[in-house]
Write a protein that binds this ligand. Sequence first.
Ligand code: SF4
Length: 204
Amino acid sequence: MQISPYQQEQLEAISMTATHMDTLSPDQIEALKTASHEYLMFRYDVDAFLNTHFASTCTQRCFQSSLSACCSREGIITFFADIVINALFSASDEQKHLLTVLQKPNAGPKCVYLGPQGCLWRIKPIVCLMFLCDSAKVRVFSDNSSAESAWHVLKNREKQFTWPDKKVLFDDLEAFFLNAGYASSLMYLHNSPGLLLVKKRARL
Ligand code: SF4
């Protein structure tokens, strides 16, 4: 049994990121971390929101009943910037673990990154962080409109880092690697026709 095309693509992107980051000076690494600081603050706010409003319902309905839909897909979308940010703030053992699981065929229907203790990423992909299934949203938001409003505010804040109708972190991180001669199919802000159109319309 071979690894899937998805695993191969992830493996190449994570390996390539590590290869370039190994050549960077401590000052360059620090500059990348500083550039990501505001994004981490955003993620902190999302985590706080989810812990407040969704932790109990998701634990009870999904994890205890093994019905979790959140991590049950093999090929969750990851942006190249997700990989860079995770690498910046992970220990080398954690990065090696990701590479190890990617090199083994994924036997189950679950995400290749789902380990016994949960997600193997230290800073999981933005698509995963911002995913709320419809039934969880109905359960929580049906009698809590202020929580629903707060969620919409967070969804809009997400775009400040990912939606390239202006200068955004996810585009900048791709450009940093492209300028050094590294390209990946996961650099959606530089190769997705839809996102390129967004940039064109914004005249970036
Ligand atoms: S990357 Fe992590 S959070 Fe996202 S689907 Fe896979 S195991 Fe779940």
